[in-house]
Ligand binder design. Structure first.
Ligand SMILES: [Zn+2]
Length: 475
């Protein structure tokens, strides 16, 4: 099998092995994809290191394990010391599950069939990122390594943060003296972009007493919706851009300033999902006389009323973050009103370019200070905190990728920031190791009828090979 066939074959086979992961639904990947990578790795002369099974924490539920795997190839066959420079190709085997809502769009094609049609390979994970994974393996299966060492590492939990695989992969690389000089990630992109930056995400929990009180007035009910700039509904808050998109809860908060809030419901149950709609009701204490509506006594939440007031001006805090193409976005997604215990909670997904991981704590302090101006008893806690990816855009690995991409007919539109979720690259960029991301083209990562372009995968194989040579032979 030549490289052009091999990359298609491996992508399609990887798609066939369901590696869905979702902590909330207690879905974890089986070992099958790991075993397949191990088999292919051995067949093509890689040293294969299985770093699993690693048990998931009890809080994630289930009896599941994660199976990261590392493939290494060097000119010298001795495993004791690998020659430098070391180029790490970083991928992930896990995928997001196919949702019930999504299934109707897949009815022509089984999302785990790896179906090949024209220039496309269809299936969950074909684009994000089993195509890129296959390109890594293919690039160094038949190629002779002249200098340096290729390391291909696959995490098994990238879609839920990489917290299980990545520390294990890094400690393994340290032990084996394999910490890379350069990192190349094959995460997909709908347009050819070399990614060197991604915003950090801070999950902030605003906890406050509800302070239930009574007031005379008329009950008014409203429902607000979230919209993306183009009119579609906003889904993932990694894609939400403040000022360009509208957020139902921010709209609801703005429209009800000055009223007493009686009830609030956000349709979002996930901290990083923008609610499709928000229902809010409030008490109008002074209805127009002409309306002739009888005023009655109603309960309202004094605490919630104050916190919502604070929410409107929250984006105006001086966050002291680095410049980001997409600015800073504040998405208050979940609302919990625990009437019995008199506690309310609003969960915010804040995305900003934070150069230093400790800045999450600073952000927490600023947000708490802000809300205290409205309600003294507010407490702000940091939930999950994911750091930025931040790598020099003029590093050798970026320039080498750009040069080889252009050589193989891939016109790089941009070098820099990508809107969207995090990637595993940040674990290395934090350590000061230069990283660059360039993956195949395709469509619908995490969505219906996801596909990856075969011709782009074939080009990518050559791009990865030539980039490796540029980085190693010149060293
Ligand atoms: Zn991915």
């Amino acid at each position: 099998m030549d490289e052009d066939e091999l990359v298609v074959n491996i992508t399609s086979n990887l798609v066939k092995k369901d590696t869905s992961i979702n902590i909330f639904s207690r879905i974890f990947p089986k070992k099958e994809a790991h075993d397949y990578v191990a088999k292919i790795g051995k067949k093509y002369g890689f040293d294969v290191y299985s770093l699993g099974p690693i048990k998931v924490p009890p809080s994630w539920g289930g009896n599941a394990s994660i199976y990261p795997i590392v493939l290494v190839k060097s000119k010298t066959k001795t495993k004791q010391t690998y020659e430098r420079p070391i180029v790490l190709f970083l991928g992930h085997l896990d995928v997001v599950p196919v949702t019930e809502k999504e299934k109707k769009f897949w009815k022509q094609i089984d999302p785990f069939s790896g179906k090949i049609e024209g220039d496309r390979i269809y299936g969950r994970g074909a684009f994000d990122m089993k195509g890129g994974d296959a390109a890594f393996i293919t690039a160094f299966s038949l190629k002779e390594i002249e200098k340096g060492t290729v390391v291909i590492a696959f995490s098994g939990d990238e879609e839920v943060g990489g917290f299980i695989s990545m520390p294990k992969i890094i400690s393994f690389l340290e032990e084996k003296n394999l910490m890379p000089n350069y990192v190349i990630n094959g995460e997909p992109s709908t347009v050819p972009v070399i990614v060197t930056k991604r915003r950090a995400s801070t999950k902030l929990r605003i906890v406050f007493p509800l302070y239930k009180k009574k007031v005379m007035g008329v009950l008014r009910e409203e429902e607000y919706e979230s919209f993306q700039g183009d009119g579609n509904e906003t889904l993932h808050s990694a894609l939400y851009v403040l000022g360009a998109d509208s957020h139902a809860l921010l709209t609801a908060a703005k429209m009800t300033v000055g009223w007493k809030i009686n009830y609030l419901e956000s349709s979002s149950k996930k901290w990083n999902s923008v609610p499709k709609s928000v229902k809010i009701s409030y008490i109008d204490e002074f209805p127009e006389k002409e309306e002739e509506i009888e005023r009655k006594e109603y309960y309202y939440y004094e605490g919630l009323t104050k916190v919502l007031e604070g929410l409107v001006s929250l984006p105006s805090i001086d966050w002291e973050a680095e410049k980001s193409t997409y600015g800073i976005s504040v998405a208050p997604n979940i609302v919990i009103l625990d009437d019995k215990n008199d506690v309310g909670e609003i969960v915010i997904d804040l995305r900003a370019m934070l150069r230093d991981g400790t800045r999450h704590k600073e952000i927490r302090r600023k947000v708490e200070e802000h809300f205290k101006q409205f309600l003294e008893d507010v407490e702000v806690k940091v939930g999950a905190a994911v750091n930025s990816m931040f790598s020099p855009p003029d590093s050798k690995v970026v320039l080498a990728l750009k040069q080889t991409a252009e050589k193989h007919g891939v016109h790089v539109l941009r070098i820099g920031e990508k809107l969207g979720g995090a990637s595993d690259s940040r674990y290395f960029s934090e350590l000061g190791i230069p990283c660059a991301e360039l993956g195949p083209s395709g469509r619908n990562a995490h969505g219906p009828l996801e596909w990856v372009s075969i011709s782009s995968l074939r080009k990518l194989v050559k791009i990865y090979q030539d980039t490796f040579d540029l980085l190693t032979l010149s060293a």
